[in-house]
Unconditional design. Structure first.
Length: 256
């Protein structure tokens, strides 16, 4: 039997592609390369990502949602590692360093989920939170299981899933029941006894009790309708990305 040759793509990065179209990811990378290049070294990358995330928070507080999303995507690109770069920065040699990287990815995703929700883009809010949860799980340890971070991400995913329930672009888990399960788990993990989180759970519980179960309706959705809705969603995201690309540089100037 002939052997199989495995070819590794040393330059492959995938975090942006998880949330962006290929053209959107290319725009983000080009903007980052020109305006805020990624430094060499893990600690410097983490620092630059945190600064971009902070500027995104400024935009978010100003309700400049497109600029916030753009800056958070730029921050995500700063912590997106190719195999070649991970070897150069020796990520595999440091458990602590790898955990810090994973936590920063999770925090950026939490910010993205909030910004997408503010734009009423529940589909991408849920995807951002889900990606963040994957990374929050990876960086858990015996001493720190990231309860607060996981609670925040679950809360935002649950809210997004419930808001997207019944919409043409709803994913298979975008239901009130799944949203309620996420928010319930968020409340269990939350040690601050956040009142907003608990009020959201009560509202979702009342809604779930009042509505018929959606799980049996999932398979009934028309594939043609879902495909068309997806095309419309991708076109809308492309327009939003181009709009954000114009507004983000001005925000960076004012934020220094």
């Amino acid at each position: 039997m002939a052997g199989v040759t495995v070819v590794e793509d040393l330059d492959a990065e995938n975090l942006l592609e998880h949330l962006c179209l290929a053209e959107e990811a290319k725009e983000v990378r080009g903007w980052v390369a020109e305006k805020t290049p990624r430094p060499a070294g893990l600690d410097k990358r983490l620092s630059s990502a945190a600064k971009l995330r902070g500027k995104g928070n400024v935009a978010y507080e100003r309700k400049e949602w497109d600029a916030a999303v753009w800056l958070y995507l730029a921050a995500l690109h700063h912590v997106d590692y190719s195999l070649k770069d991970s070897r150069a920065d020796k990520l595999g040699d440091s458990v602590v360093g790898t955990a810090k990287l994973q936590e920063e990815v999770a925090r950026v995703c939490a910010n993205l989920a909030a910004a997408f929700s503010a734009k009423d883009d529940a589909y991408n809010a849920a995807r951002s939170a889900a990606l963040g949860l994957d990374y929050a799980e990876k960086c858990r340890s015996v001493k720190d299981d990231k309860r607060a971070l996981r609670a925040k991400l679950l809360y935002r995913r649950g809210g997004a899933r419930s808001r997207n329930a019944g919409r043409p672009n709803a994913g298979p888990n975008d239901t009130v029941e799944d949203g309620l399960a996420d928010v319930k788990e968020a409340c269990r993990l939350d040690e601050s006894r956040d009142r907003g989180m608990r009020e959201a759970y009560r509202k979702l519980k009342r809604r779930a009790d009042a509505e018929p179960p959606a799980r049996g309706l999932r398979a009934a959705a028309s594939l043609e309708t879902r495909a068309l809705a997806r095309e419309n969603e991708l076109a809308r995201r492309g327009r939003a990305a181009r709009s954000a690309a114009g507004s983000a540089p001005a925000l960076l100037r004012c934020c220094g």
